[in-house]
Write a protein that binds this ligand. Structure first.
Ligand code: SF4
Length: 505
C-alpha cells in the first residue's frame, strides 16, 4: 500500500476501539462499504457482518472503504485483488457507481463474465439488492438475498468448499445454495429473501467505537420487519411482519455501549412497536444510559414514552406524516388523521422534546396535498420547533405501487417550487429537500434491470436516461426486472392494495 494511504489508514485505526484484527483464516474476505469510513462505521449492518465473518473459524475478514485507501483493505493495507472474496455491504442504490470505482481502483475486471479464477469472487448483500439485484447482475458474481443470519455462512462455506474447482463449476455449485443468486450460472433462478428469527440474536450491536463515525453512537438492533401496512414501504412488503429481539438482549447490548461511555442508538423500522419498549427504556434510564431512537410513528407517541425518551437525553424527534393531507395519508395506508398528529405533537412539547423533524414525500401517484401544507406546517410550528424534510416518492419493487412509474422531473420540480414558496412565506428556516436529479437516479437504479450495466460501467447516467428508467410503468402481467426475487406477498394482493390507493371506494 502506498505511504499516503497507509498513514491515512493509521489515523482512522488509531482513533477507534473494538474487535482486534483477525490474522488467520482459510478464506480471506474484504468486506467493503462503498462509501466513506465515517458512513460505513455508522452502518450497523456493516458492523454486524464484520463480526459474523470473523467469529467463523475458517474466515478472516478485513474492512475496506472508498475513503481512506480505495482499493486496499483497512486493517492490513492488502490489495483488494489479493483477497479470496470481496463482499460489498450495500445500504442504498447510489452506492452502485462506487462499486465500479472500487473495482477499477483494485484493477479487477468489472463484469462477472470477464473475471477468471485468479480474481476474487465478488459478492453483494443488503436491502437494495435483496429487493432488486437486476442492475448489478452482470457485475456481481453472487448475491445474498435477505438476512445474513438466515444462512449467510452457507454461502461462504460453499465458496470455501469449491476452492480448487474451476470458476464456472464453483459458481454453479454456489448457485445451488438457498438465498444465493448467481446470475452468470443461473440467470433464471428465483429466490425469496431469507428472514432470520431475530429473537434468537443474543448480540446485535456495534463492534467498534469510532469518533470519526458519522453517528458516533453504540448501535443496537431492536427489530426487523414491520406490522404496519404502509403501501409505499419496502420494509413492510419485503421484510414482512415485525420480528423483535428479546428485551433482555437489547438491554444487555445497550448497557455494554453505555458502560463504554457511548450514546446508544436503538434501531429498527418502528422501534416504539416493541412490546417491551417502555420497560427497556425504563431500565436504560435507571442505569443512566443516554439513548435515542431511529424514528417514531407519530400515532405511537404517548406521554410516558416521551418522558422516557427525554430522560434518555432525546431533544429532537423525527416523525414522518408523509403528506399533510389526511386523505392522501389514508391512501398510503398510514392511517392517522391530523388531529391525532397535532395532539401528539403537543405531547412532545409537554414532555420536553425541543424540536421535531417532519418528513414528507412528494411526487405521490395521487397528488401531494400541497394545499394542506401551509396550514399543517403553520399549526405544527405553533406547537413546537420544527424542521422539515422532503424526499421524492419512488415506487419500490415488491410494494403495491411497484408497477407505477416515478413522477417526471418537471412535475417534481414544480412541486418543489410550490413547497419552498409556502415554507419561505411561513419563515420555516430548517428545510431539507432531496436533490431531484439524485432522486431520479435512485429511482432508475431501484426499478431497472441489466440495462443499467452500460451506465454503471461508464461511471455515470444522464438524467434523461435515468428519468426514462425511473418513470417506466409496467403493465399487468409484464415480467418485472426484479422477478428473480420472490415477493413475500402475491401479486393479486399487491394489485388490490394499489387499487385501494388509487381508486378509494
Ligand atoms: S410504520 Fe414505518 S416501517 Fe412500518 S410499514 Fe409504515 S413506513 Fe414502513
Amino acid at each position: 500500500m502506498p505511504w499516503k494511504e497507509l498513514s491515512d489508514n493509521r489515523k482512522f485505526l488509531d482513533s477507534e476501539t473494538g474487535l482486534p484484527a483477525k490474522k488467520y483464516g482459510d478464506l480471506s474476505v474484504a468486506l467493503v462499504y462503498p462509501g466513506d469510513y465515517s458512513a460505513g462505521m455508522s452502518s450497523l449492518g456493516f458492523q454486524l457482518i464484520y463480526r459474523y465473518l470473523n467469529i467463523h473459524d475458517n474466515i478472516r475478514c478485513e474492512r475496506a472503504f472508498s475513503n481512506p485507501s480505495k482499493g486496499y483493505s483497512f486493517e492490513s493495507g492488502a490489495r483488494l485483488s489479493d483477497f479470496d472474496v470481496i463482499s460489498f455491504s450495500l445500504s442504498f442504490e447510489l452506492q452502485y457507481f462506487e462499486i465500479i470505482r472500487i473495482l477499477e481502483s483494485a484493477k479487477i475486471p468489472l463484469l462477472s463474465k470477464d473475471r477468471t479464477g485468479k480474481d476474487p469472487l465478488i459478492t453483494a448483500g443488503g436491502i437494495c439488492v435483496s429487493m432488486n439485484p437486476g442492475p448489478l447482475s452482470e457485475i456481481i458474481d453472487v448475491f445474498w438475498a435477505g438476512d445474513f443470519e438466515a444462512g449467510g455462512y452457507a454461502m461462504y462455506e460453499a465458496i470455501l468448499n469449491t476452492r480448487g474447482k474451476s470458476r464456472k463449476d464453483a459458481l454453479s455449485s454456489i448457485s445451488g445454495i438457498n438465498g444465493c443468486l448467481v446470475p452468470l450460472s443461473d440467470p433464471q433462478k428465483r429466490c425469496a429473501p431469507q428472514a432470520a428469527d431475530v429473537s434468537l440474536l443474543r448480540r446485535s450491536c456495534s463492534c467498534f467505537i469510532s469518533p470519526k463515525a458519522q453517528f458516533n453512537m453504540w448501535l443496537v438492533e431492536v427489530a426487523r420487519g414491520c406490522n404496519w401496512n404502509c403501501r409505499f414501504c419496502l420494509i413492510k412488503w419485503l421484510c414482512g411482519k415485525s420480528r423483535f429481539r428479546l428485551k433482555e438482549d437489547i438491554i444487555a447490548d445497550a448497557l455494554e455501549g453505555a458502560k463504554k461511555g457511548q450514546k446508544v442508538g436503538l434501531l429498527g423500522p418502528s422501534v416504539l412497536d416493541h412490546p417491551d419498549i417502555e420497560s427497556i427504556m425504563e431500565e436504560l434510564v435507571s442505569e443512566k444510559a443516554v439513548f435515542s431512537i431511529s424514528s417514531a410513528r407519530a400515532d405511537r407517541l404517548n406521554i410516558r414514552t416521551l418522558e422516557l425518551l427525554v430522560k434518555g437525553g432525546i431533544k429532537q424527534l423525527t416523525v414522518a406524516p408523509e403528506t399533510p393531507d389526511p386523505e392522501k395519508r389514508r391512501r398510503l395506508n398510514k392511517n392517522f388523521d391530523n388531529a391525532v398528529f397535532f395532539e401528539n405533537l403537543e405531547k412532545c412539547r409537554q414532555s420536553g422534546i425541543q424540536s421535531v423533524k417532519l418528513y414528507f414525500m412528494f411526487g405521490l401517484p395521487f397528488g401531494d396535498g400541497i394545499d394542506f401544507l401551509r396550514d399543517f406546517v403553520k399549526k405544527a410550528a405553533g406547537i413546537v420547533n420544527i424542521s422539515v424534510g422532503f424526499s421524492a416518492f419512488v415506487p419500490k419493487p415488491h410494494t403495491p405501487f411497484q408497477r407505477l412509474g416515478m413522477m417526471s422531473r418537471r412535475e417534481l420540480a414544480r412541486t418543489r417550487a410550490d413547497v419552498l414558496d409556502i415554507l419561505k412565506k411561513l419563515k420555516i428556516k430548517s428545510v431539507s429537500f432531496e436533490d431531484i436529479r439524485t432522486s431520479v437516479i435512485q429511482g432508475a437504479l431501484s426499478r431497472s434491470g441489466r440495462e443499467m450495466t452500460k451506465f454503471l460501467k461508464s461511471g455515470r447516467i444522464g438524467v434523461k436516461d435515468a428519468e426514462e428508467c425511473a418513470s417506466r410503468e409496467y403493465k399487468p402481467g409484464e415480467t418485472l426486472p426484479w422477478n428473480n426475487i420472490i415477493s413475500p406477498y402475491d401479486e393479486k394482493l399487491l394489485s388490490e392494495e394499489k387499487d385501494k390507493a388509487l381508486c378509494p371506494g
